[in-house]
Design a protein around this ligand. Sequence first.
Ligand code: UDP
Ligand code: MG
Length: 321
Amino acid sequence: MVRENVMTVVVPCHNEQKTIKAFIEAILQVQQDLRQVEIELLLVDDGSTDQTLNVIKELENHYSDSIEYLSFSRNFGKEAGLYAGLKHAKGEYVAIMDADLQDPPELLIEMYQMIQDPEVDVVATRRISREGEPPVRSFFASLFYKINNLISRVQLAEGARDFRLMKAQVVDAVVSLSEYNRFSKGIFSWIGFKVKYLEYPNIKRVAGQSSWSFRNLLDYAIDGLISFSDLPLAIASFLGFVSLGSAMIWGFYLLGAYLLFQVSASSISLLALLILVMGGFQFLCLGIIGKYLSKIFTEDKRRPIYLVREEKLFDSNNTDE
Ligand code: UDP
Ligand code: MG
């Protein structure tokens, strides 16, 4: 059941003992100016190894009306935290925010006003600068967006943050994609709906440090590319065609030379031809296997075939779930 006039803020937290309190105070401050909805915080402790959970429990004791929490048995990653949070969020509106105040809480007010428009289902945010971030990281991030948008049909807006405000219907759609290897940025784009972007410059985290190592980010990027594109699987067929194509040209050339000028091919050219033909066939077969694999791969995700945004049916019992 969706709870009217409630905004659930889902916050994945991993080792955020230093930031949570400031974050919650900032949100409560926003509540003062945003009287139209009741803000509820759903904190997801993603297997923190510091005092995060204790801090959360203390705060929950203090503000039991507006804080609830989940705590994982170990660190499952931010994506898992988001999924669990969204699955349990009951508000009419649901926001996703980082605990480190890199997502400015006061933006929630503007986002709330924007989402009142029936033509807007999601208010998402984009960073228009990456100041304060290590340049190497910015470079690789931007490379990732370029590669992704080149090879994948699911386009990603550069600088898009996970920070967003969604209507309950959109949250249901996100949760209905129950794939194990989650890449939320791709999922948000894949589900569609009417998205409006709000832009703001990068802000440094208030305290503590980023939980993402370069290795984590690389894994994340590879997951992103692999989950929404099967192009890498098609590379084998492409190589197969190139090999066979060159083998054909080479073969015709040798044959032509023999027929027209009685030049017989040297054994080395025949060998090269044979290798090209064999290699070509092998790549082609690999490509075919790749095609089947890509079908299994998309099927295995059990993604819904379509998602309804609006509908009006005569028989209301027959609505799409
Ligand atoms: N986070 C999480 N699990 C993880 C890593 C991060 O829940 O394994 C949370 C973290 O507590 C924060 C958000 O995800 O609320 C963003 O993480 P962080 O600030 O470390 O990333 P950055 O802003 O550097 O991209
Ligand atoms: Mg951060």
